[in-house]
Design a protein around this ligand. Structure first.
Ligand SMILES: *Cc1c(COP(=O)(O)O)cnc(C)c1O
Length: 568
């Protein structure tokens, strides 16, 4: 019935990063993968949508780890022409008074029924540009704030100009995935003012922009929001843009906060889980903030073994993920067998990659995501003696880690070294493997090939989290702090397990570590080793309850109904 609401004009989805294929390093982590999943689901549903991002010719980075867990980075250079179609259009934006030429490359996302969504990657690597300008679209989250502002000028300003050149005149909605693309609001405002030759901002002008814009915030941490000082903005964007920002009253103590800019010009604003919406309302009390909980693209994140199981029992699942609810009628034995197959395939791949052979029958925990302090990857090692005792008395455990630390995040890099130290310390009791180069391909393998997905963020900093959803697609239950999506997804003992209580929004390190050990020792390991058929039942419920809801098709339909067509 939602098909009656398909808009006539396209929705344009702007994101600094978009994860489309493992070999295209155009993403860093959760934000970019989510962007890719939104575009994939839009293609499945046949929604008129297009994506806009930067080409990132040197990618995010390649990660190498030495024997002590020290991370070394190198550029992830790739060839856009192998994956993308070069487009002849050229647009110009002025940066620091220089004319910068911008081109675009097109990627075509294929939906499950063959419908498509184009994604445009903007690129300044053109011989007519200054040497510095040629590098603006090189490195995702690289460089200093000057470099970042230049990138955001390309994304927002050249992005809108390119859309016009490509023939996108009428647009249903511009969706900003985080604040990086918020300068697009200035480009839209400028178009309105240019048409009216106005030097003042009328309420109607702001309203006209607002009717078209949608903003999604992803971080509950104030430092996660881009801010640029007035002098820098004036130098990079010039007087006219600075003047427009003044008209729009977007200066906060002489800094431009990209989140505020996005909020100011959007008619619909949301956080990425119910709790995150609440937290965001406290952060930005002057704005109405809703919630649409994230979801992951089912077909992308389901491993081959479960794909063929679903194809046999619920053939509609790819086209309409709601059907995954009927996984409840598949037998526990079939679910367990399929998982065993997925685990074996992963362990073989792991051995090829690292030379380490892990045991198929041993309880295996997975933990992989961006390495940054609030994710607390070492909570599991806070009491090594306790962990050893659990292994001795209840049953063996092996653990697989993965994840990159941002090149300038020294505390994130220290976390990796700490995991390597625990690896040494525990080597006779627990096998621990750290995988380099965590990417989309590895994420799919890891989320489907372990027995438990562990998530230990410090509350309330996990806006949503998505890798536990990928695990659920493959029947892998989560053990997680009750933050982000897990507040909604956890039915204790049915879809997985909680660490600590849902009440209160602050974490307590000691208490949560104790909860974590208790759950492993008294509930999860006994279930796994002594009642495997009951473990299979949890796996099945994780699919039926969580994969059927925390998927990208549901998320995109919620955006359509609540944000894209609302108020039109
Ligand atoms: C899904 C994914 C992430 C994000 O995981 P979170 O649980 O949301 O932190 C990061 N990196 C890669 C490669 C992923 O596939």
């Amino acid at each position: 019935m939602w098909k009656a609401f398909i808009p006539d004009y396209p929705i344009i989805f702007f994101s600094m990063e978009i994860g489309l294929e493992p070999s295209m390093p155009t993403y860093s982590g959760g934000l970019g993968i989510l962007a890719g999943d939104i575009l994939r689901a839009a293609a499945d549903l046949g929604l008129p949508m297009a994506g806009v991002s930067l080409i990132h010719r040197k990618g995010y980075f390649h990660q190498r780890l030495d024997g002590a867990g020290n991370q070394a980075e190198s550029p992830a250079v790739w060839s856009p022409e192998e994956f993308l179609e070069a487009l002849p259009e050229r647009v110009t934006v002025i940066i620091e008074g220089r004319k910068v030429q911008v081109r675009a490359w097109r990627y075509t996302v294929q939906g499950v029924l063959g419908r498509t969504v184009p994604v445009y990657f903007l690129d300044t690597f053109l011989p007519e540009n200054d040497p510095f300008d040629q590098t603006i679209t090189d490195q995702l989250y690289g460089g200093d704030i000057h470099y970042r502002l230049c990138q955001e000028a390309i994304l927002g300003l050249a992005g809108v100009a390119m859309l016009r050149d490509l023939g996108y005149e009428k647009v249903q909605a511009y969706h900003m995935n985080e604040g990086h693309s918020a300068l697009l609001t200035l480009a839209l405002l400028d178009e309105k003012l240019a048409r009216n030759h106005l030097l003042t901002l009328a309420k109607e002008d702001r309203e006209a922009v607002r009717r078209q814009c949608v903003f999604t915030t992803h971080t509950p941490v104030p430092a996660g929001h881009d801010q640029f000082p007035l002098e820098l903005v004036q130098r990079v964007l010039g007087d006219r843009s600075t003047y427009l920002l003044t008209l729009a009253e977007c200066w906060l103590k002489n800094t431009l906060n990209m989140t505020y800019l996005g909020l100011f010009f959007s008619h619909y604003i949301n956080g990425v889980a119910m709790r995150h919406g609440e937290i965001s309302r406290n952060m930005f009390p002057n704005y109405p903030i809703n919630s649409i909980t994230n979801g992951v693209h089912a077909q992308t994140w389901t491993c081959d073994a479960f794909k063929s199981l679903f194809d046999r029992h619920i053939p509609e699942w790819r086209r309409d993920n709601l059907y995954l609810r009927y996984a409840i009628s598949i037998t526990k034995e079939e679910i367990s067998q399929t998982h065993r197959q997925a685990k074996e395939e992963f362990l073989v791949a792991l051995e090829e990659r690292t030379g380490v052979r892990l045991d198929l029958g041993t309880f295996t925990i997975g933990f992989a995501r961006r390495m940054t302090p609030y994710k607390r990857p070492n909570l599991l090692f806070s009491d090594p003696e306790r962990l050893k005792k659990i292994v001795r008395e209840v049953g063996p455990i092996q653990i697989i880690f993965g994840g990159k630390a941002h090149p300038r995040d020294e505390s994130g890099k220290a976390l990796i070294r700490k995991i390597f130290e625990s690896q040494d310390l525990l080597k006779d009791a627990v096998k621990i493997v750290y995988l380099e180069e965590y990417d989309m391909a590895l994420a799919k393998h890891l989320c489907s090939g372990v027995d438990l997905w562990l998530n230990t963020p410090q509350k309330p900093q996990e806006a949503s989290g998505t890798s536990g959803m990928k695990a659920a697609m493959n029947g892998v239950p989560s053990l997680s702090v009750l933050d982000g999506w897990w507040i909604e997804g956890c039915i204790e003992g049915v879809t997985g397990w909680s660490i600590g209580e849902g009440r209160g929004t602050e974490s307590d390190y000691e208490k949560e570590a104790a909860f974590l050990y208790d759950k492993l020792e008294k509930v999860i390991l006994p279930l796994y080793y002594q009642q495997p058929e009951m473990y299979g039942r949890v796996m099945r419920s994780a699919i039926a309850y969580n994969a059927s809801f925390f998927n990208a098709q549901r998320m995109v339909l919620q955006y359509l109904e609540n944000a894209y067509i609302a108020g039109k």
